[in-house]
Design a protein around this ligand. Structure first.
Ligand SMILES: *Cc1c(COP(=O)(O)O)cnc(C)c1O
Length: 365
């Protein structure tokens, strides 16, 4: 039957265009540097934990997993040096962002975030029929505190380090935002493993603070969908009301625990990424291309062509040139402030050598 269902759609959802994630080519012949995945495999202990969880015949999969991901919450708490009542786990950190918006926004309770930042936040807010305020960064990409405090948002998202600029902000900045606003403040720390600090410990002091993290960027597990958050027990209780009863499967719970426990392995691998980031920034200096000094595993930079021109067309030209060589960066043609930039995930030494080679060739065209 050909029924018009558009009138049945909830008012929030009827206004939403779905979020469009970065391209995910399903072949392995790409130097894929567009969605900030880790360039190395996860800890070998992760693979072992998954196999152990499966058992000889997969029989453990018959049974529902721990509803609250008990062991994973314990591992998250231990990782951040907090009591387990502060920890939460979910199906990727996007899931937590969504739960936080469901729990803390509606038609009269608004959502705000800085611009530019993660473009999923406004989509999640609209689904909830909540109004969304973009608060532009200052021209020098510093934080417009007074605008944040004046926004009257009920929940404010602070991406730290920021995406897509990669800029990392210090503890004083987070404290100032949390202390100056009446909102629930969610610090999205997807990229904190590549910076030198985390705000997680501050949840002991502030009841209105949520700090989220993910295994996708810093632990090489984007394919598993494991995210976590820490917050005051008051906030955890609210998030527990909204989540799916079994929001993480058995394999993901086991993998997450193994990943968080292997600090030595990830310490070594992240040091390699941070070193490649330094070398890439050095390369950009050599090219005379502008970029934002990064505290994340990517760099946002503004290419200039052989005639010294910059701009959206120039960025697009390098983007297409790299794609022609099977190298995939991220390009944001619809974001005015950064339309002349490309964002490149930091990869292995080999991948970065390929990028630099290609970029040098393009710059001589
Ligand atoms: C990648 C990313 C996430 C999502 O992480 P998942 O755990 O894979 O859902 C959240 N926030 C920011 C800023 C990100 O870049």
């Amino acid at each position: 039957m050909n029924t018009d269902i558009s009138k049945n759609i909830s008012s929030g959802v009827s206004k939403v265009k779905g979020y469009v994630p970065g391209e995910q080519p399903q072949t392995t012949d790409w130097v894929k540097l567009n969605t900030n995945e880790f360039p190395y495999p996860p800890s070998p202990k992760v693979r072992e934990a998954i196999i152990e969880q499966l058992g000889a015949d997969g029989a453990p999969l018959r049974l529902y997993p721990s509803p609250e991901s008990a062991k994973l919450r314990e591992a998250v708490a231990e990782y951040f040096g907090l009591g387990r009542e502060y920890a939460f786990a979910a199906n990727g950190s996007d899931d937590i962002l969504n739960l936080a918006i469901r729990a803390f926004s509606d038609t009269s309770k608004s959502v705000a975030a800085l611009q530019p930042s993660y473009s999923l936040y406004p989509v999640l807010a609209k689904i909830q029929d909540a109004s969304f305020t973009q608060i532009p960064f200052n021209a020098d990409m510093s934080i417009p505190y007074e605008k944040i405090f004046a926004s009257s948002a009920n929940i404010f998202f602070f991406t730290n380090p920021n995406a897509p600029t990669g800029i990392g902000f210090p503890e004083e900045a987070v404290r100032k935002i949390v202390e100056g606003s009446n909102a629930i403040v969610l610090v999205d720390e997807a990229y904190a493993p590549f910076s030198d600090w985390s705000a997680a410990g501050l949840v002991r002091e502030y009841d209105n603070l949520i700090v989220t993290g993910t295994s996708s960027k810093g632990w090489g597990l984007a394919g598993m969908r494991i995210g976590w958050g820490v917050a005051s027990p008051k906030i955890i209780e609210v998030l527990d009301r909204v989540r799916d009863s079994y929001n993480l499967d058995r394999l993901a719970q086991a993998a997450g625990v193994a990943a968080l426990k292997d600090r030595a392995y990830y310490g070594r691998m992240r040091a390699l990424v941070v070193e490649q980031r330094r070398l890439f920034e050095e390369f950009l200096d050599g090219m005379g291309w502008r970029y934002f000094k990064s505290s994340a595993n990517f760099v946002l930079f503004e290419p200039a062509n052989a005639r010294g021109e910059r701009g959206a067309n120039v960025a697009e030209s390098l983007f297409e040139f790299l794609k022609g060589m099977k190298i995939l960066p991220r390009y944001f043609p619809n974001e005015k402030r950064i339309e002349s930039y490309l964002r490149l995930t930091i990869g292995t030494a080999e991948q970065m050598a390929a990028v630099k080679d290609a970029a040098r060739k393009w710059a001589q065209l």
